[in-house]
Design a protein around this ligand. Structure first.
Ligand SMILES: NC(=O)c1ccc[n+]([C@@H]2O[C@H](COP(=O)([O-])OP(=O)(O)OC[C@H]3O[C@@H](n4cnc5c(N)ncnc54)[C@H](O)[C@@H]3O)[C@@H](O)[C@H]2O)c1
Ligand SMILES: O=C(O)C1=N[C@H](C(=O)O)CCC1
Length: 266
């Protein structure tokens, strides 16, 4: 099998270090280069605590892709950088696998058009954990029958964006199968602003940020005399790596942008 040559953006981060281990243990993956906010000119093996890859570190993706033969870019940096890197990679026909969140509907339309123009596969995955994908799929199934929904997402307190990409994606999947519903009492008031959480098509989304958490979500459905809770917990960042590996393999075989791993697992 030919090796898939990967550029990894964010190699020193919590996700990036797990991704390096995943690449190291996958015989048909090769780390071609890395993009970091510092350490340009060094090699991955020169950074204390990182595996002994010879791959060079660049501080600019343009320069990296000028000097590197690559098939796939994995981006695990931060929202505005992931978006910029996705575009740079597509313009050079390098297939992006993006783990950062914060893409608006308008961004997704524009980037889908760009991927289609370039006939280059791209995957944006708000959550790489296979269990989280199932949680979203099961929630979409349940919402057909129990349309009153509240989402509680909980993450570590270093997370930059709220609500989480997973919560937004879950809400979007639910809007595809249910009519818009006015939830709660028609005359309810918020005596403390934000008490009822964010609102998306009648659904409420509550974001919790605490040290000690990794990534967790509960989707609670209410009906007459019953509730249903669908819950997923990522206890560590290794939980995301089978999904990253799957996305890298799959992005090599598609020629359009896919938003969400639920679109590539059976
Ligand atoms: N899709 C998923 O399943 C999933 C799971 C966990 C985290 N995430 C997302 O992945 C991203 C990384 O998460 P994390 O917990 O590893 O964060 P982190 O803060 O530990 O790591 C981010 C890394 O990106 C680097 N970085 C910042 N700007 C950069 C730039 N311009 N170029 C290159 N590198 C740059 C930082 O130096 C840091 O090492 C976040 O956006 C997070 O929301 C996604
Ligand atoms: O920032 C994180 O950490 C995570 N973000 C994702 C999201 O926004 O949904 C989910 C996984 C962890």
């Amino acid at each position: 099998m030919e090796k898939i040559r990967i550029v990894l953006a964010g190699p020193r981060g919590k996700m990036g270090t797990e991704a390096l281990k995943m690449i190291e243990s996958t015989p048909h993956f090769e780390l071609a280069a890395a993009v970091d906010s510092r350490n340009g000119g060094k090699r991955i093996k020169d950074i204390v605590g990182l595996p002994s890859f010879e791959a060079l570190i660049y501080e600019d993706l343009h320069v990296c892709l000028d000097e590197t033969v690559a098939d796939v870019l994995i981006d695990l940096t931060k929202p505005e950088i992931g978006k910029k890197h996705l575009e740079i990679a597509l313009e050079r026909n390098v297939r992006p696998v993006i783990g950062t969140t914060g893409f608006s509907d308008e961004d997704l339309r524009r980037l889908s058009d760009l991927a289609a123009d370039r006939q280059t596969g791209a995957i944006i995955a708000p959550n790489f954990a296979i269990g989280a994908i199932l949680m979203m799929k099961f929630s979409q199934m349940a919402a057909k029958y129990l349309p009153h929904v509240e989402i509680i997402e909980k993450h570590h307190d270093q997370k930059l964006d709220a609500p989480s990409g997973t919560a937004l994606k879950t809400a979007q999947l639910i809007t595809e199968v249910r009519e818009s519903v006015k939830q709660g009492h028609p005359e309810e008031t918020e005596d403390l602003p934000g008490a009822r959480g964010a609102e998306l098509d009648g659904m409420r989304i509550h974001s919790v940020r605490l040290p000690g958490l990794v990534a967790h979500q509960e989707v609670i459905f209410g009906g007459e005399g019953q509730t249903l809770t669908i819950k997923h917990d990522s206890m560590n960042r290794a939980s995301f790596m089978p999904g990253v590996k799957l996305a890298v393999e799959r992005v090599m075989k598609i020629d359009q942008l896919v938003y969400g791993l639920e679109n590539i697992i059976e």
